[in-house]
Design a protein. Structure first.
Length: 104
């Protein structure tokens, strides 16, 4: 565990480190969770929480950019593709996985 602190200019930090327990009870990977905050040049508060583990570093904060939502037509197309693929036989799936597409 790392110490929490706050500076005179309103910067704060908290961080905890632990070992993630594997499926059989053994320690498998370190996990770090934390939080920091400060004021931006305009005086607005900025807060970031984060987690770092075997999957990488993931930060969350209202000031961080987020991806635009997918258009409805794309979401519908992906759902149709998944439904079509679910109806395929194992043989058809194997053929598609080779890159040899069959046009009906």
């Amino acid at each position: 565990m790392f110490p929490s602190f706050e500076t005179g200019n309103e910067i704060t930090r908290e961080e905890v480190s632990e070992w993630k327990t594997g499926s059989r009870g053994q320690e498998s990977a370190p996990v770090v969770r934390g939080f920091y905050s400060y004021r931006d040049p305009e005086g607005n508060p900025v807060a970031v929480s984060y987690k770092a583990d075997e999957n990488g570093f993931v930060a969350e904060g209202t000031h961080l950019p987020t991806p635009h939502p997918l258009p409805t037509a794309i979401v519908a197309s992906l759902a149709r593709n998944a439904a079509d693929e679910a109806r395929l036989s194992e043989e058809e799936r194997a053929l598609i996985n080779t890159g040899k597409y069959v046009v009906y």
